[in-house]
Ligand binder design. Structure first.
Ligand code: PEP
Length: 248
């Protein structure tokens, strides 16, 4: 069976003390025989702290965003080279909160994915439809459009990314897509990847949207769900560890 990947997205949460407590509990509680990948996507300011806290553990460091630019006059931005200096292995790109509140377009998201990959950081490309789009029957069209922009930018290197399907209506709302709803979209994404690369089967497709200790096992049992991108539940060590156990 393909190795699963569970990534926690802390969003704009945490403090020096809370991070230390959370990571200490995670490192101690990690299954002895860990077969799945685990990562935490932390606010940029805490990358240095968390890099030290996860050192020697099997927890990978992830960023929540990356600049599409290499360097220069882009106040407030963080480049892929900078992330690399802090041992960052993955970065989210195109999270719906970035698309919604920061106006990130499909083209910007694709450029960010390329900027990360060029420096050896694996982009976790987030795609997903709003409730309005789902109700209008546009789910497939929307996620395919979002992924197509990244495929167009990366070409065959699309096999090097991670894709996260995150229905916007399920993020932070407590409403989870049913395993069948999520699997249906994952199958669409897998087919789209297969048309772009012969290595589509190895692209991890994560589900995100109110994944928690109670629903993780069922979601992760779906054939095209290779892991989870976990927001709220990744801030509680016990819950995140239960999700990791379900993926292990
Ligand atoms: C997310 O922020 O990527 C996410 C999935 O959040 P939540 O698990 O809280 O819905």
């Amino acid at each position: 069976m393909k190795k699963k990947l569970i990534v926690g997205n802390w969003k704009m949460n945490g403090s020096l003390q809370a991070n230390a407590e959370l990571l200490s509990a995670l490192v101690q509680g990690m299954p002895a025989a860990l077969t799945c990948g685990v990562g935490v996507a932390v606010p940029s300011l805490y990358l240095s702290q968390v890099q030290a806290l996860v050192q020697g553990s099997s927890i990978a460091l992830a960023a929540q965003d990356v600049s599409q630019h290499e360097k220069g006059a882009y106040t407030g931005e963080v480049s892929a080279d900078m992330l690399k200096e802090f041992g960052v292995r993955y970065t989210l790109v195109g999270h719906s909160e970035r698309r919604q509140y920061h106006g990130e377009t499909d083209a910007v998201v694709a450029a960010k994915a390329q900027a990360a990959l060029a420096k050896g950081i694996t982009p976790i490309v987030c795609v997903g439809e709003t409730l309005e789009e789902r109700e209008a029957g546009k789910t497939e069209e929307v996620v395919k459009r979002q992924l197509a922009a990244v495929i167009q930018q990366l070409g065959h290197c699309i096999s090097e990314v991670v894709v996260a399907y995150e229905p916007v209506w399920a993020i932070g709302t407590g409403k989870t897509a049913t395993p069948e709803q999520a699997q249906a979209v994952h199958a669409v994404l897998r087919a789209q990847l297969a048309a772009a690369t012969e290595h589509a089967a190895r692209v991890p497709l994560l589900y995100g949207g109110s994944m928690n200790a109670a629903n993780a096992a069922q979601l992760l049992a779906q054939p095209d769900i290779d892991g989870g991108l976990v927001g709220g539940a990744s801030l509680k060590a016990a819950d995140f560890l239960q999700i990791i156990a379900a993926a292990n």
